[in-house]
Design a protein around this ligand. Structure first.
Ligand code: HEC
Length: 125
């Protein structure tokens, strides 16, 4: 937990110097409350293993994905769950949210993320 807090603080201080980011991560932080229900706090602890972790992904990729959901270009899989979430986002919202999530440290190693119980018991890979 302490490591998570440190990573969060480092992420915030890094945002102050990341001039190439068009979105505003601080503004993004105020726009992600609804997203946390599925993607977890800071986008790093998804509510179920089938939801993607957003923390630490590049802002360019997150922006691209959100535009594609909003504009109906990303379909199939579980996009029917995600597209309505992006429907009302403006371009500025998307930029701000992408900046915010890109600056959150993933913190949790992929193997430690929530997994189905059968796989969580140290089974050899
Ligand atoms: C009801 C649950 C739910 C909510 C709420 C939700 N999402 Fe999602 N999100 C999903 C699911 C499920 C997927 C995977 C969809 C697919 O298969 O394409 C996803 C995918 C994504 C992706 C693509 C990730 C990748 O690695 O490709 C992004 C970015 C994303 N969501 C951002 C958001 C943002 C921003 C919000 C809030 C505005 C939000 N989501 C709210 C369920 C949700």
């Amino acid at each position: 937990m302490r490591a998570c807090m440190l990573a969060l603080m480092l992420g915030i201080s890094a945002s102050a110097v990341a001039a190439e980011v068009t979105g505003d991560a601080n503004a993004g932080a105020t726009k992600v409350a609804v997203c946390s229900a599925c993607h977890g706090e800071s986008g790093r602890t998804p509510a179920a293993p089938i939801y993607p972790s957003l923390a630490g992904q590049s802002s360019a990729y997150l922006e691209s994905a959100l535009h594609a959901y909003r504009d109906g270009q990303r379909q199939g899989g579980m996009s029917a769950m995600m597209s309505p979430q992006a429907a009302s986002l403006s371009d500025q919202d998307i930029g701000d949210i992408a900046a915010y999530y890109s600056q959150q440290g993933p913190c949790v190693e992929p193997k430690q993320r929530a997994q189905p119980a059968s796989k969580a018991q140290g089974q050899p890979e």
